[in-house]
Design a protein. Structure first.
Lengths: 138, 114
């Protein structure tokens, strides 16, 4: 099963729509609640990152019996130093993003914690791609 | 602790979820930072926050938190109310400060997450 969702940069009132839709699908598929929570927390952090930093992005979700594979891509400023961005507490978020309750530099590390495999690639001035895989049987 | 006890202790107003007031929460967590809330893997949690925006409800939805207390007399928006109702989240407003709300709930027997 494959799904695709568009993410609008800067629009915090819509942030979470895509993650919410994926949560409903996983519930319908009777995936274990603990696994659903890990997946959607990682997805939501990723979605908020796109809204907070990029102009636009998309979320591709591919689900089979064993696992969920997610690819989040955006058109945005990119990440100059991915290792630094992965460090808890490092953030380049704006004051507006912080006012929404995010931008504490916890997003990427928390995404990694909640997925079985995560791979980040980025090009400065173009955008960022995050691929995450989580297995249903933990 | 039952949600109805939380409502009584905090002299709070229930915005939605009145049918769930008999439900039990085991722990409390207080933060205005949703990124911190998303790092928790505790169940049966009540979230206390001074942040009143849609992302609080979205965060609760993703983290399976079914009871949110908005402190410092902040008001819930219509959009928050609708999204909370859709996700069966109990939404409560209290005039108490964060510090006072936490003290009262802790004295009443509610435990910290960590």
């Amino acid at each position: 099963m494959e799904f695709r969702y568009e993410i609008e940069g800067g629009n915090f009132s819509r942030a979470g729509h895509a993650s919410s839709a994926v949560k409903k699908i996983l519930k319908q598929l009777n995936v274990d609640n603990k696994v659903i929570k890990r997946v959607v927390v990682a997805l939501y952090e990723g979605e908020v990152n796109v809204v907070a930093h990029a102009e636009k992005g998309s979320m591709m979700v591919d689900i089979d019996e064993q696992r969920i594979r997610i690819r989040i891509e955006d058109s945005g400023p990119g990440i100059p130093d991915i290792d630094l961005a992965m460090q808890a507490g490092f953030s380049t978020a704006s004051a507006a993003v912080r006012e929404m309750g995010f931008g504490a530099g916890m997003g990427l590390p928390n995404m990694k914690k909640n997925t079985d495999q995560m791979h980040v690639t980025s090009e400065v001035g173009k955008g960022t791609q995050v691929e995450m895989i989580t297995w249903f049987r933990q | 602790m039952k949600i109805k006890t939380i409502v009584e202790l905090l002299q709070a107003r229930v915005i939605c979820g009145v049918d769930q007031l008999e439900s039990e929460v085991k722990n409390g967590f207080a933060s205005d930072l949703m990124s911190d809330v998303l790092t928790l893997d505790t169940d049966h949690l009540v979230l206390l926050t001074g942040l009143s925006n849609l992302q609080v409800i979205r965060t609760a939805e993703m983290a399976d938190i079914f009871c949110i207390v908005i402190v410092r007399g902040k008001r819930v928006t219509k959009e928050m109310h609708h999204l909370a109702e859709e996700n069966r989240i109990v939404l409560i407003e209290t005039p108490y400060s964060m510090f006072r709300a936490i003290s009262v709930l802790h004295d009443g027997g509610l435990n910290a997450v960590y």
